[in-house]
Design a protein around this ligand. Sequence first.
Ligand code: NAD
Ligand code: DAU
Length: 340
Amino acid sequence: MGKTLLVTGGAGFIGSNFIRLVIEQRDDWHVINLDALTYSGNLENLADIDLNSRYEFARGDINNSELLDTLMPRCDAVVHFAAESHVDRSIMDSTPFVQTNVVGTQKLLDAARRNDVQRFVHVSTDEVYGELPLDDPEAKFTEQTPIAPNSPYSASKAASDLLVRAYHETFGMDTLITRCSNNFGPYQFPEKVIPLFVSNLLEDKQVPLYGDGLNVRDWIHVVDHCEAVLTVLEKGSAGEVYNIGGNNERTNLELTHSILKIMGKDESMIKHVTDRLGHDRRYAIDATKMRQQLGWEPTRSAWPNALEQTVQWYVDHTEWWQRVKSGAYAEYYDKMYGNR
Ligand code: NAD
Ligand code: DAU
């Protein structure tokens, strides 16, 4: 028999890709998308499945316990993506990060427990492990790496991870945690580096590269991440943490040069700007546990193809990012990059 999932944050980048995957690949499952539609939530991301009878949208905050109690009795599992997700914003003001990522997760856990929801998958990040050095390329984050977050964003995600763990240990709740590396692909909010750089270049604007550009990220295609989360939901063991990565490390400078090349632009389009405060040097995921225990591997993340396809998606969806970049986001851009 099919399941009913409560997906939080399903109007955002990864959540919307996850809902599309579930609706396409599990033909007797229902999805309720609970999303507050903050600046990064956009129902256009799901326009193609909006009328599907197995999909339902509920606008609301994960902090609203009364609302949660009306939705959860129908749900077999929660897949929790909702979050404040941008490191730079957490440096400007960490208040909404604590409210949504920490308090919101606690409210969701309590509601899931009250309503006997069978399984709770918490979507977290590799950033909770802190940073790796540049001079030890073999070092990677495993599930045993100590938690050592460096930004207010990653500290709020680490706090939520610890709550999820504690609800398993204390109440025996069936909770699982995933920790993934940097995602790329369609529908990413253009404050994140890849859609920001591609859309700037399409507008003939320079791209703001932080510091020396040598920071390393491990890039994974969003659909690979979503398949991994679905695998954890279906096959993972209660109480476990699973690392998810693309095995695809690049410096930001390398990433920038690749984007410039794909788009036929030159070096003069790079603007070197002041570094991000506390900028983590390197992230890299060891996803051996996902491969060996759950049989998952990334299949869409290899560059240059996956990056070229992603750039092409933004070229083909100019109206999507132009609408997103206008309005309130324009104000944020001036504040973040105006005097940098
Ligand atoms: P996003 O910012 O694109 O989407 C977040 C969504 O959550 C939005 O739709 C927003 O409206 C919603 N939301 C925010 N606060 C809410 C609240 N209080 N109640 C209900 N909904 C709320 O983020 P994303 O990049 O899709 O990230 C999703 C999750 O994946 C986050 O938990 C993030 O920490 C995690 N993650 C992201 C990446 C990445 O590379 N983007 C990598 C690993 C993990
Ligand atoms: O590792 C997973 C994390 O990846 C997720 O948990 C976060 O939600 C997600 O936002 C992402 O965090 P990053 O901080 O790594 O992503 P961002 O796209 O903001 O930056 C990627 C790299 O590019 C980082 O080293 C900073 C750099 N950068 C970013 C921006 C926005 C620039 O050089 N210039 C920029 O303008």
